[in-house]
Design a protein around this ligand. Structure first.
Ligand code: KG4
Ligand code: ZN
Length: 358
């Protein structure tokens, strides 16, 4: 494991600086964010290589790796942010949930210790709202993206969650729909494993689908009537049946892997895009926000952009490295919570099943 995906612009601007820590899953991440929008440092140490042999995250291993990497990652972020920014930190934002209990606790305890040592408040942040607020982020020295206008409809698609929410204003969430079984990212990971592709399955399926020669296969879509909920388990079962048939015939060949990867991605993207656009239309949204690891998928981004443009609704999507887990997004949401006066005491604990909205 090594620190990757970083950006740094030492000491820009006179705004409020928040230090953010994210350890909910398999990335040890620390960021320094100014005014909830400008990234001054963003360091992510990924455990993907460590968990790849088992094809999924091993919770005990993840927590131990966070412990091992948190100090070097904080030091790296401090160097990137520079002394001027580091001394201006006004609060420590940290992911309190949802996620793996042991992993969350590493970040929470480091946040508490740092805050205590420097006399700063600890601001707890929901990981899922972090994914949404990634859309507001830009690099310290570059022009910021257009700030989304409310009301918004937001789609969060990650390894553990698939949610469609309405945001009437900042930090306000109304749940429109969610998955009734697998999360979209989880389905990508499981089908990737079925096809013998490397972990995580999402990027591997996207790459395999890109070279598909055969694009005629149509897999089932679960529309669930006019609800905004999602279901991916039937699609996964259909994919498994096809792979089993191919196996009986000595396959799947690389061409068949590409064909199924394409058909699977096409089905997931079709449902996600159709429901998100319909929600935006019905709710009179002035913008659509896309976030979470699966939002790094280029086909999803392109099709949603196409549909949103046709409706005349602006689409806000973070760049790919801000879609997957990072701490800058926790700093973005943490900044708003800090402004609203939210802070936690020493009793702050991990909340593995924390919901975004009821
Ligand atoms: O948000 P995230 O980094 O972690 C969680 O909070 O779960 O999301 C990870 C998920 C994994 O399931 C991964 O396969 C998926 O995001 N993912 C993708 C792509 N990149 C990551 N799925 C589809 N296409 C991608 N390019
Ligand atoms: Zn995530």
């Amino acid at each position: 494991m090594s620190p990757t995906r970083e950006t740094a612009t030492p000491g820009v601007g006179p705004g409020i600086v928040v230090l953010a820590i994210e350890t909910s899953c398999d990335e040890t991440a620390v960021a320094v964010v100014e005014d909830g929008r400008r990234i001054l440092a963003n360091v992510v140490a990924s455990q993907v290589a460590l968990h790849a042999p088992s094809g999924g995250i091993v919770p005990e291993l993840a927590a131990r790796e966070h412990l091992r990497w948190i100090v070097p990652v904080i030091e790296h972020a401090q160097r990137d942010a520079g002394e001027r920014s580091w001394t201006r930190i006004a609060a420590v934002a940290v992911t309190e949930g949802p996620g793996l209990a042991g992993s969350l606790l590493v970040g929470i305890n480091f946040a508490k210790a740092l805050a205590l040592a420097r006399g700063l408040p600890v601001v707890p942040v929901n990981h899922l709202e972090g994914h949404l607020y990634a859309a507001w982020l830009g690099d310290g020295d570059a022009a910021l993206p257009e700030a989304p206008e409310f009301p918004l409809v937001a789609l969060i698609v990650s390894g553990g969650h698939t949610l469609l929410v309405e945001m009437p204003g900042h930090l306000e969430y109304r749940l429109l729909g969610q998955t009734v079984d697998d999360a979209a990212g989880e389905a990508f990971d499981k089908v990737g494993r079925m096809l013998g592709l490397p972990y995580p399955g999402g990027p591997a399926i996207m790459d395999a689908a890109r070279v598909a020669g055969e694009r005629g296969l149509t897999l089932p879509r679960a529309w669930l009537g006019d609800r905004f909920d999602f279901s991916f388990s039937g699609l996964k079962t259909a994919a498994r049946r096809i792979v089993e048939n191919w196996r009986a015939g000595g396959g799947p060949s690389p061409e068949q892997v590409a064909e199924l990867a394409w058909a699977f991605q096409d089905a997931v993207v079709d449902v996600l895009v159709t429901k998100t656009l319909r929600a935006a239309l019905e709710r009179g949204a002035r913008g659509i926000v896309l976030g979470g690891g699966v939002a790094a998928n280029m086909v999803l981004r392109a099709r949603l952009a196409e549909g949103a443009a046709a409706m005349g609704v602006p689409l806000h999507v973070p760049r790919a490295d801000l879609c997957t887990d990072n701490a800058a997004m926790i700093g973005a949401a943490g900044h708003l919570h800090f402004l609203s006066g939210r802070s936690a005491g020493s009793e702050l604990d991990a909340r593995p099943s924390l919901p975004l909205a009821g």
